[in-house]
Design a binder for this molecule. Structure first.
Ligand code: ADP
Length: 402
């Protein structure tokens, strides 16, 4: 079964066509600068064939047209007919409290996604634009929505309520939601396979460290806490986001610098994090490079980043009442032995001791704890697209069987 997985942003569409029975991608790529000059589609085929096409890609409908055209093309394509795309899976950022699982997209679901626009104004409208564009280009093909937030919807109230008047929760749905659900889910399931133990028996701490970073405490495969909150700004230090901060700091800066709400929002989301502290870059590779060259602020940024991960490991070990494995994933978690070492340093108290050679090894999927350590430390490359494709297949099959 071929599933087209889409992640639609304001001016970009990332896609992957996955043959889901074999868990293999056939084609993947992205359309960038939609609605702007210099729009392009970049496509990579499973055999390494690559093509970049420039065009006037005015909206998401045209973006999907371009994606289909390259998939059908004689020289760069992978299918002969649109009907060989059996279903479409969309990453949708915010499901609010409406969606606790992935769902087949119906008029009712579209209404639900729309009702959550206010919770994710920068994401949900564009996700919906992608859904509409598929209805135009692939009419009748089943579509499934996989929400970033859904996996965390089982969090207990004590973990999701903020310490503000309860009426603000009931009136405006202000609470902690959590994100990166597909990634936390994928690595948890894979961790259970690698540990050869049922997921239902495991206490896991999953660390998704990419440009956006979040951690989750998983008990028996269920998220009981996660570091992102009402928005993806809370929690860990990230590339350009501040993560946890005393809310009074924001009010204080707004007063001192005369910032508007929008400017304060930009400061915390775009000019903070690794970028803000180092003044150099939001990219962990450059931070590590400059730190090793002796740059002090790069070192501060690195230290704050890793210290916060370590603090959350401690907090989640307490929340879980023990931990079987800590899992690292995302661009930084998968690729940086320096970060993993700093996050796990001096944690033998928790049964965490790293095997330096394993941590430095070039294997992509690995157990990097010492053989005798009580807590395993795993590195698992994430695969959010595969989770979306598998959910889509399961939902479409269930509907056919119904
Ligand atoms: P996104 O969250 O946008 O999907 P990624 O998961 O690809 O991003 O993560 C991007 C981050 O991963 C960047 O900070 C990048 O510097 C970091 N990264 C990638 N490779 C390495 C590496 N070898 N060492 C350290 N950081 C790395």
């Amino acid at each position: 079964m071929n599933i087209l997985v889409l992640n639609c942003g304001s001016s970009s569409v990332k896609y992957q066509l996955i043959e889901v029975n074999d868990r293999k991608w056939l084609a993947r790529g992205s359309v960038e600068r939609i609605g702007m000059s210099g729009a392009t589609l970049k496509n990579v085929r499973y055999d390494g064939d690559e093509i970049t096409i420039a065009g006037e890609i005015v909206d998401h409908i045209v973006a999907i047209e371009y994606i289909l055209a390259v998939m059908l093309s004689r020289n760069h394509g992978v299918i002969e007919d649109k009907s060989q795309i059996h279903a479409i899976g969309h990453r949708v950022v915010h499901g609010g409290e409406t969606f606790t699982d992935s769902v087949l997209i119906t008029d009712e679901v579209i209404k639900g996604i729309r009702e959550n626009f206010e919770l994710a104004p920068l994401h949900n409208p564009h996700n919906l634009r992608g859904i509409n564009a598929c209805q135009v280009n692939l009419p009748g093909t089943p579509q499934v929505a996989v929400f970033d937030t859904a996996f965390h919807q089982k969090m207990p109230r004590r973990a999701f309520l903020y310490g503000i008047p309860y009426s603000l929760y009931t009136q405006y749905k202000i609470r902690r939601y959590g994100f990166h659900g597909a990634s936390h889910r994928y690595v948890a399931e894979r961790a259970a396979e690698l540990l050869a133990r049922p997921l239902s028996d495991l206490k896991l701490i999953t660390c998704h460290l990419g440009n956006g970073c979040s951690m989750a405490a998983l008990e028996g495969g269920i998220s009981i806490d996660t570091s992102m909150g009402f928005t993806p700004l809370e929690g860990l230090l990230m590339g350009t986001r501040s993560g946890d901060i005393d809310p009074s700091v924001i009010l204080y800066i707004m007063g001192k610098e005369g910032l508007t709400l929008a400017e304060a929002n930009t400061l915390l989301n775009k000019h903070s994090g690794l970028q803000g502290i180092s003044g150099i870059s939001s990219d962990m590779r450059e931070i590590i490079q400059e730190m090793k060259n002796g740059d002090k602020k790069a070192k501060y940024a690195f230290d704050v980043f890793c210290y916060r991960v370590k603090k959350y490991i401690g907090a989640y070990a307490a929340a879980l009442g023990g931990v079987d494995a800590v899992v690292f994933t995302g661009g930084i978690g998968e690729n940086s032995p320096d970060v993993r070492k700093a996050c796990c340093d001096t944690m033998s108290y928790f049964g965490i001791t790293l095997d330096d050679a394993a941590n430095e090894s070039s294997e992509t999927e690995k157990d990097i704890a010492t053989p005798e350590a009580r807590t395993r430390v795993l590195v698992i490359p994430t695969n959010e697209e595969l989770v979306i494709a598998l959910d889509t297949m399961a939902i479409v099959r269930a509907k056919r069987g119904a």
